[in-house]
Structures are given as C-alpha cells and as structure tokens.
Ligand binder design. Structure first.
Ligand SMILES: [Zn+2]
Length: 621
C-alpha cells in the first residue's frame, strides 16, 4: 500500500499548539500508527504511547470545541472512517438544512449512542437522559416552543442561574445562535438523544394546544358571563380585565374602589377578549389599536347596557367595561341625598324655573351623571320636549329624545348640538361642557328661553363660575343665564353591620379648626370592618352637595369679575349656602359617613361653621 500519508489532524495540531505534545512525539506516534495500520486512531496511539492522557485530551477538546469541525473530530477520535465522513458530507450537501450530526446518525454512519458518547464523554457536553430527566414545566411555559423546534433544543432546568438546554447537536452553530437569541450567554449546552428531544418537543407543543383548547369558545362564553353577572350582583360600576405576563386579572370597582375578583390563566385572554369583542361589535382582528364598543347584557331578567374600552398594553388588550345604568336605577330626586332645605330650594328655585342653565360639577366619579338624570326624569312630562346630546347615553329615560355621540361616524358633539337646538326643545341636556363651543350653546339656548341641564368638571361650585368666566363668555351672559351650580362628591357610607361609636379625635378637630363645642354632641360612628363590607368598614355611598343659586349678590360679583375667594365669601354669606365639607359634616353627625372619608375626598377651602349651625341651615333636626 506504500507509505500512507498521515495528516496530523486538527486534534493533534491543537495538542501541539497547546504545548501538550511535542512535534517530535507527534511524528513518532504517526509513524507507529501508520505501521500498525489497525482500526486504531492516531489519538489512540498517542494514548497508548502515554504521550497524552485521556483527561488532558478531554480538557483540550472541551476548551476548544467551537473551533473544531465535528466531522474531523469524530474521524480523528475513530468514530468515523474517512469514507463514511465523506459520504455523510455529500449527503448533507443535498440537505442544506440538516446538521452533519443528524445526517451521520440518520444514515447510520454512527449509532446515536456513539454520537452522544463522543460529544458528552469526549467533549464534556452534559448528557441528558430524557427518559428519566424531568423537564421544569414553569421554565418551558414561557418559551416559544416553535423556536425550540426549529433550533433543535429543549430547555431542561435552571442550574446556578443558567438554563440547561439539551441540544440534538451542540456543535451546530446556528442552533447555538438560536438559543443565544433567547438566553443570551446564560445557558449550558447539553446533549440528548435527538429522537427523544423531538418527542418531548412534540408533547409540550401538543400540551400547549390542549391547554389552549381548554378555553374554547364555550368556556370563554361562560367566563365572560360569570364575570359580568358577578359584577352586577356585587354592585360594581366597572369591570377591569387586565392581561399580564402570566395571568389575566379581573377586578371590580365597587363604591369607587377596585377590588380583586378572579385571576385566570393567561391563555384565557385571547378567547375572553374575542368573546367580549363579539358582544360589543368591535373588530376582533384588530389587536394593535385601541377600540371602543357597547353591548347589552341580560341578567336576572333585566337588561344592562355596558360600554367597553379595549386598550392595547404590552401584554395585550386591557378591557374596561362600564356598567351603565337603566331607567329603573335612576334615583328619584327626593332620594339623591339632598338635605331638606337644600332640596326644597333646588326644586323651587332651580328645577321649576322655565329657563336658565343648571350646571352639576365635580370630578370624574363624583356621581354627577346620576344627579343629572334624577333631575331630567323629575322634570320630564308629556307637555315638554327634552332633547339630549350625551357622550354616551348612560341611562335611557322614557319619553325623551336622547342622542349618543359617535365620532367614528362623525356624529360629533358640536354637530349634534347644532341640530339639538333645531328640534324645538324646551329642555336641552348637554352631557358635559367641555369647551367654548358647548359653553356658548348652553348660554345662548338659555338666553333664548330654554332650560339647559349640563355637567362640568371642576372641584367646587365657585371654581365652575371662575372657569366659565375664563372661557371667553361675557360676564353679563353668565350672570343673566346661569341659575345654579351644584357641586358634588360621593363618600362611602358606614357599613350598617359593623358600625360602632366614634369619638372625634383632636386631629379631626384641628383639621376642621373646631372646638369641642363646634363639633357638638352627636352620635358619631365608624365601621369596625366585617365580612359584609369586605373588612373596609364601608358599604355603599352617599352624595354630598354644595348648591350655589345665583342670587343678586353673586350676579353682581360676577359682573364685577371678583376673585374666587371673594365669590366664596359672598356665597357663604348668602342664605342657605353650605359648602361640600359642611354638607359632609352634617352627614357625619348623622352617622352616615366618617371624618376620614370627608378629609380624603373633599377640598378644604374655607373653615366650616359649627355642626349645629350647618344642620340648622340644612333643616336637619
Ligand atoms: Zn361591615
């Protein structure tokens, strides 16, 4: 056979480069190996000659495996003949997406066991026996399984902050790079049977499909049904359905405060959102833009109107459903919580006046819409025409013409107001004064003999006057058309099941600038907290009001463009006017709500008068 040329090969070159083998010894080993001509490899001969120790060899291979080609390595280590390697390489050429290791095992140039042994024993990639090894379920839940399938690895578990990954072929640069995209350099590449990796990945991905199927259309219908029904039963005003990384959280707003309802697995999110979108006639396919919608919902024989908002967050669409009220939920004016003398005056001087603008003001969630509807239903009768422009219609009132603004079809607020005045109205309801235009429509309609009911967004009654004066509306127009500004807040009611006596503290007194005499001898109460009130001490809410009727003194002050503190001073001197804080103090003295609640919700603009004085002004005995 002549003299066979023996190439030192990559491993031997590496050993020489690392100083573990002298060139002289290498040449000698090559000569011996050529003479033996057996099935042994050059590496075996080096070991036999004790030029290299098995452990040394492994160390060098492990440290340098990235610079070695797997084919040459397997050949040098004696796992593959040159012929078989060449055959494997040419097969691989025709199957570009296959890795050499895969081709070698598939075409039985090497057994899978030998291949794994070569890589784990010689190169030190930890061998992972997938028959016995448990896969960390939590770990794999958060990993895109398709990515694992296309990059031929499966995550096993965390080890010292790094993730152990089982690769079919840890020599595959593209697979390693695929893993790097998910884990950075924070992983330990291991090796496992390609067949078992494939089977495990199939199982995980099928499991995912199954758990996705757990929340099928029918389940989603059930979930949505139970969320909305429970919210209505618990008296919630809003439902929040919020996706996070691993959960879908549902909370209800009850008495103004968000309380947790339930947490669902995140895989329920898509179906639940789709179901609500169907009910709201929103676009199911659109997931990247915010959307609005509206639906009606039947529960216990009643129909409820719900307004939906779909808001795109980083974890998906957050849904807020506002439960709008129905006509039978409109509170009669006598029951909205106005104290006797205030209610009397409100009815006589404000509601029965044939024209003028009545403004209800307060921040969002202060109950002004409820009061607005109580007023509308109080004055509605077959002899008058009431037309509304609302965004949106929140309560349906029998016998009046309500229009809901819909900007998506260009039925804007301005456009609607222009048409409302041509509808021969007696009473115009403008959902909210939001700009100069709507303010002007309100004032001009009142000037032409209409009665206008509207809402505004300010802290208190005097601030509403000031804001109108700053809206480029002639002071004369304001003073001659505005009939009343009603400011309000909702305070939580003391839970009747756990209320107990409360002695006002020195802190309460200081806050109010009160003496013991000012606070008087009333039966003050506070909720201890019980199961009926979710241990909050509160259940339900009560409105507090501040009614500013524009009398001659206030009108004169407006014409003189007086400052807000002067307007406040003049109002208080006006007979019958009590501030929000004063009305709250009266209700506290009746054991309805607490000092704490009033201090939390109401601005303190002027020091309140003594409680007995307030009660006298309000006609509370
Ligand atoms: Zn209670």
């Amino acid at each position: 056979m002549g003299q066979e040329k023996i190439q030192p090969g990559e491993i031997v070159s590496l050993l020489i480069a690392q100083g573990l083998l002298s060139e002289e010894n290498a040449r000698y080993a090559m000569r011996v190996h050529a003479k033996l001509g057996s099935g042994k490899t050059l590496i075996d001969t080096l070991k036999d000659l004790k030029y290299v120790e098995a452990e040394q060899l492994k160390e060098v291979l492990r440290a340098n495996h990235l610079s070695l080609k797997i084919g040459d390595l397997l050949m040098e280590l004696g796992y593959l003949s040159r012929e078989k390697l060449n055959a494997a390489l040419s097969i691989q050429k025709g199957q570009k997406n296959k890795r050499l290791g895969e081709v070698i095992v598939e075409n039985q140039f090497m057994t899978e066991a030998d291949f794994i042994e070569a890589l784990s024993v010689q190169l030190g990639f930890p061998f992972i026996d997938l028959v016995t090894e448990e896969i960390d379920k939590k770990l794999i839940e958060n990993i895109p399984i398709k990515w694992c399938i296309s990059n031929h690895f499966i995550p096993i578990r965390k080890e010292d902050g790094k993730t152990l990954l089982a690769f079919m072929d840890p020599f595959s640069k593209s697979d390693i790079q695929g893993a790097q995209k998910l884990f950075g350099s924070n992983f330990i590449p291991g090796i496992a049977s390609p067949y078992l990796i494939e089977k495990k990945l199939e199982k995980v991905s099928a499991g995912r499909l199954r758990s996705r199927a757990d929340v099928d259309e029918n389940t989603a219908i059930g979930i949505v049904e139970s969320i909305i029904s429970s919210a209505i039963d618990q008296g919630a005003s809003d439902i929040h359905i919020e996706p996070f990384e691993e959960r879908l959280q549902v909370r209800f707003r009850i008495d103004g405060i968000l309380v947790p309802f339930k947490i669902f697995a995140i895989n329920a999110a898509n179906m639940v959102t789709a179901r609500i979108k169907i009910l709201c006639k929103a676009n199911i396919a659109e997931k990247r833009r915010h959307q609005d919608g509206r639906m009606s919902f039947e529960h216990d024989g009643n129909n409820y109107d719900l307004r939906a908002s779909f808001f795109v967050t980083v974890f998906g669409e957050k849904i807020v459903l506002r439960i709008l009220n129905r006509i039978d939920q409109i509170i009669r004016l006598d029951h909205i919580g106005m104290q006797p003398k205030m209610l009397d005056r409100f009815k006589k001087d404000v509601l029965t006046a044939p024209s003028g603008v009545m403004v209800i003001t307060g921040p969002t969630g202060s109950g002004k819409t409820t009061t607005l509807y109580s007023c509308v239903s109080d004055i509605a009768n077959p002899q008058i025409n009431i037309v509304t422009a609302e965004d949106p219609v929140e309560y349906m009132v029998e016998g009046i013409s309500q229009c809901s603004i819909d900007t998506t079809i260009n039925r804007t607020f301005d456009e609607t107001l222009r048409h409302v005045v041509r509808q021969d109205p007696d009473v115009i309801v403008i959902g909210e004064i939001r700009d100069n235009f709507s303010a002007n429509v309100a004032v001009n309609s009142a000037l032409t003999g209409h009665k206008v009911l509207t809402s505004f967004h300010t802290e208190d009654s005097v601030s509403a006057l000031i804001r109108l004066m700053n809206m480029d509306i002639d002071a004369f127009l304001i003073s001659s058309t505005l009939s009343c500004v009603l400011a309000q807040r909702l305070l939580r009611r003391i839970c009747p099941h756990c209320s107990e006596a409360y002695k006002p503290t020195s802190w309460d007194m200081r806050f109010l600038n009160y003496t013991a005499q000012d606070i008087g001898k009333y039966e003050y109460l506070k909720g201890r907290g019980c199961t009926a009130c979710n241990h909050t001490g509160y259940r339900g809410r009560v409105a507090v009001f501040e009614m500013l009727v524009l009398d001659e003194f206030i009108k004169a002050a407006i014409l003189e463009s007086r400052a807000s503190y002067e307007l406040r001073k003049i109002s208080i001197e006006t007979a019958g006017f009590v501030t929000l804080m004063e009305d709250a103090l009266s209700k506290i003295s009746k054991g309805i709500t607490t000092f704490e609640e009033a201090f939390r919700c109401i601005p303190r603009l002027v020091p309140p008068r003594p409680v007995h004085e307030i009660n006298r002004l309000l006609g509370v005995i």
